[in-house]
Write a protein that binds this ligand. Structure first.
Ligand SMILES: N[C@@H](CCC(=O)N[C@@H](CS)C(=O)NCC(=O)O)C(=O)O
Length: 200
C-alpha cells in the first residue's frame, strides 16, 4: 500500500499516527508530496479526485481517502483498538470535532497564503477562529472523559489538532484559561506515534 503524505498536514498526521499505532508501518510506503488547491500534486489526483491528502493507494483495490476513512481502515485491518465499541459514537464525535478544528485552521492559513494581497478577508479568518476556539473549549468542558480514557482516535486527533493550532495560530494562546487541557496535551504529546510524526 502507498500513503500519500505531506509532513505539515494534520490530516496526514492522523493517518500516519494510526499506522504507527498499528505497528504495521513496514507494509505501507509513504510518498511525500507538495500540494495546494492551486497546484495539485499529480500523484494525488489518481487516488483522490478532490486532490486532498491523505490518500491510501491499496494493492489491487480502490484507493481510499479522507483521514477518517484511512484511520478506520488501518484500525479494522489490524485490530488496533482505536475505535472501541463501548464508546464509539463519542470517540467519533471527538474525532469529528478535532477534524473541524484542523479544517478551520487550514482555511485560516489558506486565506493568508493564497489570497492576493488586499483581498484577505479578516472577518472570514475571525469566523474560522471562533469555530476553533469554541471547539477547543468543548474538548475541555465536555470530552475529558474520552481524552483521559484509553487512547483512541479521538484522543490522538485532539493532540494533533491542538498542535496544529500551535503551528498555525501560535499567537492566539489556546492554553490561556485551559490549564487542564494544556496539561493533558503536554502529557499526550510524548506518545511515540505522536512524537515520531511531529512536523519540524
Ligand atoms: N477531510 C479531509 C481533509 C484533507 C485536507 O484538507 N488536506 C489538505 C492538507 S492539510 C489538502 O490536501 N489541501 C490541498 C487542497 O485542498 O487541494 C481529510 O480528513 O482527509
Amino acid at each position: 500500500m502507498k500513503l500519500i503524505t505531506s509532513a505539515a498536514s494534520p490530516f496526514v498526521r492522523k493517518a500516519r499516527v494510526a499506522l504507527y499505532e498499528s505497528g504495521h508501518e513496514a507494509e505501507v510506503e509513504e510518498i511525500s508530496v507538495t500540494t495546494s488547491p492551486y497546484a495539485t500534486a499529480p500523484e494525488i489526483l489518481t487516488a483522490n479526485p478532490l486532490g486532498k491528502i491523505p490518500a491510501l493507494i491499496r494493492d489491487g483495490e480502490h484507493a481510499i481517502y479522507d483521514s477518517r476513512v484511512i484511520t478506520r481502515y488501518f484500525d479494522s485491518q489490524w485490530n488496533v483498538g482505536l475505535y472501541p465499541e463501548d464508546n464509539l459514537w463519542e470517540v467519533l464525535t471527538v474525532e469529528a470535532t478535532c477534524d473541524a478544528i484542523m479544517e478551520a485552521a487550514v482555511l485560516m492559513t489558506y486565506e493568508k497564503r493564497f489570497r492576493p494581497e488586499g483581498m484577505v478577508f479578516e472577518d472570514w479568518i475571525k469566523a474560522q477562529w471562533a469555530k476553533v476556539d469554541r471547539a477547543i473549549s468543548a474538548l475541555e468542558a465536555d470530552w475529558t472523559h474520552v481524552l483521559e480514557g484509553p487512547t483512541t482516535m479521538g484522543s490522538l486527533a485532539a493532540c494533533i489538532a491542538l498542535e496544529y493550532v500551535d503551528l498555525r495560530c501560535g499567537d492566539r494562546s489556546w492554553r490561556e484559561g485551559r490549564t487542564a487541557l494544556a496539561d493533558w496535551q503536554a502529557n499526550m504529546s510524548e506518545r511515540p506515534s505522536l512524537a515520531r510524526t511531529r512536523p519540524e
